[in-house]
Design a protein around this ligand. Sequence first.
Ligand code: PEP
Ligand code: MG
Length: 582
Amino acid sequence: METRRGIAVAPGVAIGSAFVLGAENFRIPQRFVKVDVVETELARFRAAITAVCEEIEQNEKLATERLGKQYAAIFSAHRMMIQDPKLTQEIEDLIRNKCYSPEFAASRVLRQYAKTIQNLGDNYLSERAVDLHDLEKRLLKQLLGERHEELANLTQPVVVLANNLTPSETASIDTKFVLGFATEVGGRTSHTAILAGALEIPAVVGLGNFLSGVTGGEMVVIDGTLGAVIIDPDEETLSRYRDTAAKFRTTSVERESLTQVRPETRDGVHIRLAGNIEFPEEIEHCTHRGAEGIGLYRTEFLYLGRDRPPSEEDHYQAYARVMAAFPDRPVVIRTLDLGADKVPEMMQSIFQGTANPALGLRSLRISLQNLGLFKTQLRAILRAAALGDVWVMFPLVSSLLELRQARMILGDVMDDLDEHGVPFRRDLKVGMMVEVPSAALMADEFAREVDFFSVGTNDLIQYTLAVDRADPAVANLYSSADPSILRLIRRVVEAGQRYNIPVNVCGQMSSDPIYTPLLVGMGLRQLSVTPQVIPEIKQVIRSLTIPQAQDIAKHAEGFDVARDVEAYLRGELKKLCPDIVV
Ligand code: PEP
Ligand code: MG
């Protein structure tokens, strides 16, 4: 049994067989073979070795012709490794003596070698570990042939383990077959983590290097609440986790009973709770938990998994679907926030070679440089606005001029629709995300020019603390509780109060119940959260009074380091709602 700790990003427990993505999406379908087929399996293994050697020889020949003999030497080294009698003997012994399938035996031996070499800490030898992974891929490809499986073609439930999943890979996950996932990289608010929340499957990210020790097919537990992954759990651990999973389901069902009650403090103040969505399919997650509208619709996900940009009609149909679920509630549609880690296949070439994507061409900057793309989306938003209470929101605004430019284009699109007699709504609310420190610092000036603010803590934290939100190496430095973040939020809330415009928090901070008393105490009267946590956040709101929340906020704002703020808020939540696990 091996336990790994990572970052918990989507709660719940998943128990199932490991599907390892990484060795070019190979999955080992069976780990053992029957005793009476061992000889046949050995023959299959030897045939695969011969085929791999032939393949390597071909590569060696090609490399010699094109690049010269010295480059072909890499391949001769590979050939020597795979023909090493000690290595092949070790694999054959496992097949013969332990009835391992050739795939499982080969993968296990090659990975063990790679792990040993990597642990020596020698740079040159570490590269040889890459060679061993390469050989493993070649061998598995030969052995599995047609049985080579991909994430998109799963036919039975698994737990996915991967180095990384891109947002588009995550978005393509079929939750019928993927019970949960765990990745080596990724941070608390990386878009992959956000999508795990959207899919409502348990997930842990930022586990560090662990895949080299896993072959696939092992029993795995993913604890998405506490951020643990257990490989090959013993009987006792397994049965404990089966109980935890059952308890999680019961608590979720019990909390669902809060669906119909208002998110109101004990002294009767209503805190509007809206949902964050990435896909129109998620509206049901929101409606059945009693969300009061959509506080953030991340429309860039319309681009994922397509080979050409969505048309105005594609945009419109998606928005109309959301409006049909919330005909008389505010629906905040955010204009495209592409770039950084959200790069659709079709746009990959634009971003290739970008040294620092989070600080580069992303979000509103892309829209302002690609007016065709921007106007197409704005036309669809304005048309959908005729169906209900649509608010349009610009992401990553960093200066007043940028905001004014975006507003001017919105005005042009309105005039154009008018001219062509297309029905739309002119008086929709126009707002902005406050997610760049410059915008928070200039909140007063911005408040005069918009109808609402929505604080995007995910990016605000990344840019204020200079911590990449997706990098597990600095995940311990990424904190919503940092006093600088509290000060910036306070500044935005007060600007909103001075200019009488609503302020929302739509970053992941508002989905974490430890921050609910603080945010309410700071004066926020609306929060937009991951749909799955609506009942939990409602429970916290209903356990509070406003003076109590104000006291908590005052106290929390008095600390000078994140660790103290967080410990204090955790303690306060425990007093208010002891049954919430954080
Ligand atoms: C944010 O930055 O807090 C936010 C809500 O936007 P996204 O996570 O989509 O960048
Ligand atoms: Mg953001």
